[in-house]
Design a protein around this ligand. Sequence first.
Ligand code: GDD
Length: 344
Amino acid sequence: MARVLITGISGQDGAFLARQLLARGDEVWGTYRRGAERTFSRPTALGIHEQLRYALVDMAEAGNLIRTLDRIQPDAIYHLAAQSFVGDSFEQPTYTFDVNATGTARLLDAVRTVTPRARVYQASTSEMFGDVRGEAVLDEDGAFRPRSPYAISKLAAHHLVGVHRDAYGLFGCRGILFNHESELRGTEFVTRKITRAVGAVARDEPGVLALGNLDARRDWGYAPEYVDAMIRMMTQDTPDDYVIATGRAASVREFATLAFAAIGVTLAWSGRDADEVAHDAATGALRVRVDPTFWRPAEVGWLRGDASKAARQLGWTATTALESLVRRMVEHDVRTPTASSLSP
Ligand code: GDD
């Protein structure tokens, strides 16, 4: 049994990770921010809220981090806390940097000072690859060309963990995770935005789904499998870096097509750029339109990962196909209505 601290327990990955660690018999602590989801809806949805211990921590407070590590004395720290929405980072670059990059520097400094033997998992991201040339399949040696303040902040944190590993012997693992989704995904991310809208259509609610860049391609996997990869990394004899991905890229347009198909609606796409729309092929009802306000100032057009190192060294491979992931999310959102699933 280990004592584990998860920064960012209220997010999708924090909740799934906590569930898997509890199932292993670990004592699991989670940090949360003042004002962030005091109801802990995700741990509650997974039925683990009562088994977790919580600590109020802000990544902006060095002293807060030091005292928390001193009090808990964790054997392992999964550092997931972040401003994780790429779109917002263009409007809030300084805040994104403070939480994601400087916050990681504060955490690592606290670990070095208080619990130098604690293992650290860093939530690195495929966004760091950024401006991918051609349709490259990206592995751990892929070039980083970040395209957003978010990606730059995560790349800085990624390198900080590397420096602590080299300089101070930190047991630091860096998981370069491609997009991973689930029924617990935040509603601002495109997959959940789409599946909630499909749920609303299935219930005959009025409205049209408004999306940004339909051509963006992502490598979408199922989040519970991805947190399993984190645990596998952290329980190796030596710390290392791993790409975690499915190896398949699909466009936002394809994701939306699959999601509507899951409720028996065939989408017919027409038009281009800002005028592109999708109608229900059977009824002619308008279902999707483009709203340029969702276009990002700089976009990552293509992300597809090669997780063969994780397969070789961790025995990990993604098993949920995109079609199953989409169906699972849609079925959940058909069953569970949420307010304002569709834009007017
Ligand atoms: N959010 C959103 N909303 N994205 C849209 C929309 C929309 O209406 N329309 C098109 N997109 C496009 C975005 O421009 C982007 O290219 C793609 O859909 C995916 O956007 P998100 O779901 O917001 O995710 P992300 O890829 O930017 O970032 C996620 O994955 C990263 C790993 O690669 C986040 O989870 C990051 O925290 C994570 O690091």
